[in-house]
Design a protein around this ligand. Structure first.
Ligand code: SIN
Ligand code: CO
Length: 382
């Protein structure tokens, strides 16, 4: 499934993945020659005023970095005539079809790795200072010009007491001015600094990659909520009186240590958790149920002629006989498994694919629930 041309200009995806992904930076001139900003600056400011949207305002005053976190009333933003400020809005793909379509062009990488689309607006001289990120990023210039300077990974030294992580030992090796449509790919840990030349907008296509600690803490918390198997409690019938009440009893530590050391989650449980974990919606995402949803037979009569599509914010994945959607795990039904896998890949079930499925099917009951949860919508719905 590759219906959308990846935005890599003349570079092939295979070449990019082999030579650059997670290895070395790449500047692609005219990666998306006809790009236009997914949102106007005014629409971006409007988004930054919402309390379910993460936004930051970065500026420098008397050479000191300043950081404020949104939401921002558009009137509280500095005037566009003031130099050197930057507004950064995270997760724009959840709120704009154009932003979602732009992010979708990067689906030559797995959804489990794609994180979000951030859009920054900056006035002349604006930027967030020299820094490094823990994740890969594509920096796509969508309006105006920006100078990027980059430096190879080295142990970072940070500017003390700054409200954001600014490198004190930034030593750029290369520098370019990006025009609309140009894009810079950076692997994790590469130092970079983008400075607006006049007013500009930049889209950052961001990635995610769990750390071992993050994964373990989530998994252990999940297991603690529902440990598999029986739940024996420690007993010590026949315990002798003690003269050292603070001493941990040997039999007690042995038994408890054994419980911990012998605890092994099953592979099925691990796989199930991974699917749920990797499709967990972002913390500030709330799905809205449709105001009116007909009962199943009437709903299906409509859905099978209008088709269904995933909500912009829905996360989907599959592995083996399980499908994962928004942090939930579903056993793929025997009939319909291929259809649901294709749905996860294309995020669309067109009317033709649904025509022959009757309302009594388990698949339809599942889709009806997703629809009621706001996870999917009619394909022709705006
Ligand atoms: C920006 O768009 O100003 C910052 C993006 C980044 O450096 O990751
Ligand atoms: Co960065």
């Amino acid at each position: 499934m590759r219906t959308i041309k990846p935005p890599l200009g003349g570079v092939s995806v295979e070449q990019f993945m082999r030579r650059h992904w997670q290895r070395r930076p790449l500047l692609i001139r005219a990666a998306l020659p006809d790009v236009s900003p997914p949102l106007s600056p005014e629409a971006l400011f409007e988004l930054a005023s919402r309390d379910d949207v993460e936004s930051r305002l970065v500026s420098q005053r008397a050479r000191r970095w300043q950081l404020a976190r949104g939401p921002f009333d558009p009137d509280d933003l500095p005037p566009r005539t003031r130099r050197a400020w930057s507004l950064l809005v995270q997760g724009v793909e959840a709120h704009s079809d154009a932003a979602h379509a732009l992010l979708s062009q990067f689906r030559f990488l797995p959804d489990a790795r794609l994180d979000d689309l951030m859009i920054s607006f900056a006035t002349d001289g604006g930027g967030v200072g020299p820094h490094l990120d823990s994740y890969d990023v594509f920096l796509l210039q969508v309006q105006g010009r920006r100078r990027w300077r980059i430096g190879a990974p080295r142990p970072p030294e940070l500017v003390p007491d700054a409200p954001l992580r600014i490198l004190a030992n930034f030593e750029p090796d290369e520098e370019w001015v990006l025009e609309p449509g140009d894009m810079l790919y950076l692997p994790p840990q590469w130092a970079h600094e983008g400075t607006a030349i006049g007013e500009c907008m930049t889209c950052s296509i961001g990635f995610r990659a769990p750390s071992r600690h993050e994964l373990l803490s989530g998994f252990l918390a999940d297991c603690a909520d529902s440990v598999d198997g029986p739940d024996p409690r420690y007993t010590d019938r026949g315990l002798a009186p003690t003269r050292h009440p603070a001493a941990l009893p040997g039999p007690m530590t042995e038994t408890l240590a054994g419980w911990l050391a012998d605890w092994r989650p099953s592979r099925a449980r691990i796989d199930e958790y991974l699917g749920r974990y990797l499709t967990e919606p972002k913390p500030n995402v709330w799905f809205e149920s449709p105001p009116r949803c007909p009962a199943l037979p009437a709903w299906w009569a409509r859905a099978r002629t209008r088709g269904l599509r995933a909500d912009r914010r829905s996360r989907l994945a599959y592995r083996g006989r399980r499908l994962f959607i928004n942090g939930e795990s579903i056993a793929l039904p025997a009939t319909g498994a291929a259809l649901l896998r294709r749905f996860a890949d294309t995020r669309l079930l067109d009317a033709g694919a649904l025509r022959d499925i009757g309302p009594e099917s388990a698949l339809v009951a599942e889709l009806h629930e997703w629809f009621q949860s706001g996870w999917i919508q009619y394909a022709d719905e705006k």
